[in-house]
Design a protein around this ligand. Structure first.
Ligand SMILES: NC(=O)c1ccc[n+]([C@@H]2O[C@H](COP(=O)([O-])OP(=O)(O)OC[C@H]3O[C@@H](n4cnc5c(N)ncnc54)[C@H](OP(=O)(O)O)[C@@H]3O)[C@@H](O)[C@H]2O)c1
Length: 333
């Protein structure tokens, strides 16, 4: 089968299509014929080596975190899936890759594809949906009537997180460029700040939660829009000591991440806010709950561009420009 792999860490020109044997599922895994793979910024960062201290890959490694496809084989301990089932999954951080004709997926990471979505739409969902769910539901415990600030509303995370926050009954503030104002409004955003015209910290007030999605000083600036008892969940760092401990890192890394996050934790504390860093984890149970919401039509996939598998490197290059409106997806079949 064909797979897009990287042989060593470095520049994007390390990426190459190779012919490799079809993987064999372990007893608790399913083998999936991949119909589409959704891309995420981390798929560009991994081969560059940005996550070398955190994620372990056996090189050459297949790239790609999200997929949708059809089960062709199941391990002998699998109970929830059978050949022919249409599934979607995030296999991020599980040591296997989605940018291939076939992929092994642990049973615990997969969920049945919502029947109202095609494979391309379903592949666009897993990582952004799980990240939004884990940030807004689990960490921020967003309640109806609360206000959440989700910057970069037009990105992969933003387009899903805005809709999930609205589904949870929250009021949503976001930032975007002039050309994407209508898009984020159509997703339900209430307070839309056009960053070409205004600074969000001068307009937004009394927020209960912030999702950290943009590098630079956006998180520090967002301290000013929070009220007491609020929550900051950062997707982009700085990582904190709790994250290092949860991943079983050594004392030095716990200390280092504690140091890196000290300033923002203190700044948040002065506002009566709590800061934490979130690193998404695959979860088929949560994805099944998300599938039900998608089935009900309350949340819709937002797809910017679809590339054929042969152009997967161009798709990664397009995403790396940082201007995608929603998701970029690679189609295998
Ligand atoms: N920690 C985790 O587990 C986790 C999980 C998923 C993602 N992430 C991270 O979260 C970040 C967002 O991911 P993503 O998938 O949403 O990325 P993305 O889809 O590549 O984001 C692109 C979007 O960002 C918008 N944007 C860029 N700069 C902006 C700015 N200064 N203000 C407002 N909007 C801006 C762009 O809109 P305009 O063209 O309108 O500017 C574009 O629509 C990435 O850094 C990613 O690595 C982390």
């Amino acid at each position: 089968m064909k797979a897009l792999t990287f042989k060593r860490y470095g520049k994007a020109d390390q990426l190459a299509f190779i012919d490799t044997p079809r993987p064999t599922p372990k007893p608790d895994e399913i083998l999936v014929q991949v119909h589409a793979a959704g891309l995420n910024p981390i798929d560009n960062m991994i081969p560059q080596g940005a996550f070398k201290p955190i994620l372990r890959f056996q090189l050459p490694a297949t790239l790609g975190s999200d997929l949708a496809g059809v089960v062709v084989e199941v391990g002998n301990r699998v109970t929830r899936f059978k050949p022919g089932d249409e599934i979607f999954a995030s296999i991020f951080d599980l040591g296997t890759g989605a940018l291939a004709e076939f992929a092994v997926v642990p049973e615990t990471a997969a969920a049945l594809k919502p029947p109202n979505l095609d494979f391309v739409q379903a592949a666009s969902i897993p990582m952004v949906a799980l990240t939004s769910w884990q940030a807004l539901n689990e960490r921020a415990r967003l309640k109806p009537g609360q206000k959440v600030f989700i910057p970069a509303g037009s990105g992969g995370i933003g387009t899903f997180a805005i809709q999930l926050a609205k589904y949870l009954g929250a009021t949503v503030g976001t930032t975007t460029s002039s050309g994407n104002v209508d898009l984020v409004r159509s997703l339900g955003a209430d307070d839309v700040v056009d960053y070409n015209k205004q600074q969000f910290e001068t307009v937004l007030r009394d927020y209960d939660a912030v999702l950290g999605t943009i590098r630079g000083d956006a998180i520090e600036k967002s301290l000013g829009i929070l009220k007491g008892g609020s929550t900051i969940v950062s997707l982009i760092g700085p990582p904190d000591a709790a994250f290092a401990r949860a991943r079983g890192m050594n004392f030095f890394m716990v200390f280092l991440f504690g140091l890196l996050s000290r300033k923002i934790i203190r700044g948040a504390g002065k506002r009566g806010a709590e800061y934490s860093f979130l690193f998404v984890h695959p979860d088929g149970g949560q994805l099944s709950q998300i599938a039900e919401i998608l089935k009900s039509g309350h949340i819709r996939p937002v797809i910017d561009k679809v590339f054929p598998f042969a152009q997967a490197k161009d798709a990664l290059g397009y995403l790396a420009k940082g201007r995608a409106k929603g998701k970029v997806v690679v189609q295998m079949r």
